[in-house]
Design a protein around this ligand. Structure first.
Ligand SMILES: Nc1ccn([C@@H]2O[C@H](COP(=O)(O)OP(=O)(O)OP(=O)(O)O)[C@@H](O)[C@H]2O)c(=O)n1
Ligand SMILES: C[C@](O)(CO)[C@H](O)COP(=O)(O)O
Length: 401
């Protein structure tokens, strides 16, 4: 079984009104022509056989532009349509007959929201031996028959009524013969292919359509489709910006100075810890690891591992930066708040920021170091320890979706 496709796109879209982009199938929805979306769904379906797009002679350039970026692994042909949809379909079928297609899906270019699930349901129907398949949905509104007087005269029972969609799908030779018979008898009043099949006595099996698979008919349909896609695409194109935070604290003991953000500051105390106890770089290391869910500093540099005894904390931060980069991240900024009663940080802030800029590979204005005392309160206020809080922002490649 090879499933060919006929996409009818030769209409003038009069009900949708005029546009500089051309008839409705060339109008942009979510930034791309309607027909590009329709065609792309078929071309990306793995079971798609040869495709015929039936266009209007005036639309050759428009179609070439709308289809130029689509990479087809299958044969895509074009032919010119006729004055009615019925005539256009017949032209498409004639073009498909010499190919290897045994079955055909006939689809309106003006239905850009069909999906692969629907195409699979049709393929499944063919595999079960059905010769004609009509995707349709049960009618949900109450139906009225009104007269020329504008009055509702009758309520039509809707129990067995369905709204017909496309792609209506058939054995290729059977539907082509039915179309040719209708043309020969000058029957040109069929609005879809299932009705020609019914008229010709071909069995047409109703399968579940898709609520999204609407036909863009009037200008409001196009505006709604555009709004829907623009919203979805705006959401899926959001940059993948992530922030991480980190906190660290180390005890102060008698000593000769502390190392903060890689700067040694002479002092009558030192920070006790396994490495050089640079709380600021430890907090920032955790903040960076957090942006890609890579655990914390202890996971990467266990305190039990003797090789980190007295190690400069730059090693830890370098490692976190490497992990972030390997996962497609670009560090955007870093901000560290130091909470210390003493020593005074401000004379060293510039050097600290320069150290951060060098390690992170970003400009100075993206590196911030702030300091505050703890107003003599608590363990920091009693000069028993120094704490640091860090925030980092990283933009990862790809989008947030
Ligand atoms: N002579 C025609 C008429 C219609 N179609 C195609 O058939 C599909 C469904 O038709 P419809 O929505 O009625 O489109 P138009 O005929 O273009 O619309 P209108 O009646 O408003 O002019 C559309 O993809 C349309 O391009 C076609 O190929 N050839
Ligand atoms: C084929 C069709 O899409 C089935 O619903 C529909 O009949 C074509 O549109 P038209 O407005 O009737 O031309």
């Amino acid at each position: 079984m090879t499933i060919g496709v006929v996409i009818v796109a030769a209409g003038r879209g009069e009900r949708a009104g005029a546009s500089t982009e051309g008839p409705k199938q060339y109008r942009l929805i979510g930034g791309r022509p309607v027909i590009t979306r329709t065609l792309e769904t078929f071309l990306t379906w793995p079971k798609c056989g040869p495709v015929v797009v039936v266009i209007h002679p005036e639309d050759e350039m428009r179609f070439a532009a709308a289809s130029q970026d689509l990479h087809a692994g299958v044969q895509v042909m074009t032919t010119f349509g006729g004055k009615t949809r019925q005539k256009s379909v017949l032209e498409g079928l004639k073009m498909l007959v010499p190919t290897e297609a045994t079955h055909v899906m006939i689809h309106d270019a003006a239905r850009p929201f069909l999906d692969h699930d629907l195409l699979e349901r049709i393929a499944q129907g063919f595999a079960q031996g059905h010769e004609g398949l009509l995707p349709a949905l049960p009618v949900t509104d109450t139906l009225k028959r009104a007269g020329a007087d504008g009055l509702a005269h009758e309520t039509v029972p809707r129990a067995s009524l369905y709204a017909a969609q496309t792609p209506q799908s058939f054995l290729l030779t059977a539907i082509r013969t039915a179309h040719e018979k209708a043309a020969a008898l000058r029957r040109d009043d069929f609005t879809d292919d299932a009705s020609i099949a019914e008229w010709a006595g071909l069995p047409v099996h109703v399968i579940e359509g898709s609520a999204d698979n609407i036909k863009l008919t009037v200008s409001r349909d196009i505006a709604m489709a555009d709004a829907k896609l623009s919203q979805t695409e705006a959401a899926t194109n959001l940059p993948d910006v992530r922030t991480g935070n980190g906190y660290d604290v180390h005890q102060l003991v008698t000593g000769d100075g502390v190392t903060l953000c890689g700067v040694f500051i002479p002092h009558d105390q030192k920070l006790s810890g396994h490495s050089d106890a640079d709380v600021a770089l430890h907090a920032l290391t955790d903040a960076l690891l957090a942006t890609c869910g890579a655990g914390d500093i202890g996971d990467h540099f266990p305190p039990s591992d003797m090789q980190w005894r007295g190690a400069p904390s730059k090693i830890f931060l370098d490692h976190a930066v490497k992990i972030v980069r390997e996962r497609g991240g670009t560090v955007m900024n870093a901000d560290i708040s130091l909470i210390a009663e003493a020593p005074k940080i401000s004379p060293h802030r510039q050097t600290m920021r320069e150290n951060l800029a060098a390690i992170l590979g970003i400009s100075l204005d993206r590196c911030s170091v702030k300091a505050t005392t703890n107003e003599t309160i608590g363990f920091i206020g009693r000069r028993e320890g120094i704490a640091a809080i860090a925030t980092a922002t990283v933009v990862f490649s790809g989008t947030a979706a």
